[in-house]
Design a protein around this ligand. Structure first.
Ligand SMILES: [Zn+2]
Length: 255
């Protein structure tokens, strides 16, 4: 095999599924090549050299050989295992959620150094024991930045008026952020957002992680912001079914 077909990259496994008798297809996220699918041949055999290392929720150093449809994993080393990230179920589940958001945000084979650094940093924070909810909100807000869809939380998305603290706000993700009480839109009882929630959304845009980790917050406000960001990303990441794209890829491979 000519050496130009081999390359080495940092990678985080975003997802994987079993394929054939002993193989596994992995979605790898890398800084330079973005996300792509690679095949790990024989990885489910107990004798496989790759088996134990090719796992999600860790940063890997992966050697690959270019293939016709899928590149082939030839060697793996664990660079950062982030073992404490798995100490609590909430932390581990959050890590999976962040990986899925990255997966849904990325185009195949498009450079994504900013988003890679973001996911990597989020995993470091989870590993260091930061509250998983705050890591997730921080990540969601910066992911929105990476995608160029930063939520508007200072001005009304319709009339561009600077919002004042005594007002009633509504959260309207399809419009990109907060709507003032003067502009038409969904009623406040369905889309209302408290002043404290708006403040917290601003904090996630402006404060660094150390400051965010140290904030004393009412659980109700954290839940409000969680729901707001979840709605926002659901709208921002709306995509056609990617599973169909993958099915086409597999069919091409088999054909
Ligand atoms: Zn307005």
């Amino acid at each position: 095999m000519p050496s130009s077909r081999l390359y080495v990259t940092d990678a985080i496994v975003l997802s994987r599924f079993d394929y054939g008798e002993a193989d596994r297809i992995m979605t790898l996220f890398t800084p330079v090549h973005g996300k792509f699918k690679a095949i790990a041949k024989g990885v489910r055999r107990p004798t496989s050299r790759l088996g134990g290392s090719l796992e999600p929720l860790a940063e890997l150093r992966v050697a690959l050989a270019r293939g016709r449809t899928f590149d082939v994993v030839t060697q793996v080393e664990v660079s950062h295992a982030w073992l404490h990230l798995r100490d609590s179920l909430e932390s581990a589940a959050t890590a999976w959620y962040l990986a899925e958001l990255a997966d849904r945000s990325l185009e195949e084979r498009h450079e994504a150094e900013g988003l890679y650094a973001l996911l990597r940093h989020a995993y470091e924070l989870l590993d260091a024991g930061m509250d998983p909810g705050r890591v997730a909100r921080w990540y969601e807000m910066h992911l929105a930045d990476e995608l160029g869809v930063r939520p508007e939380v200072d001005r009304c998305v319709e009339c561009d008026r600077m919002l004042e603290s005594g007002e009633t706000f509504r959260w309207v993700p399809p419009l990109g952020g907060v709507l003032c009480h003067r502009c038409p839109g969904p009623p406040a009882d369905r889309a209302g957002l408290s002043v404290d929630a708006v403040k917290l959304l601003k904090a996630y845009q402006r404060l660094d992680v150390e400051a965010l980790a140290a904030l004393r917050l009412a659980p109700a406000v954290e839940r409000e912001v969680e729901a707001a960001m979840r709605d926002f990303l659901r709208v921002s990441l709306e995509r056609d079914a990617r599973s169909l794209e993958f099915l086409d890829e597999v069919r091409r491979d088999l054909g």
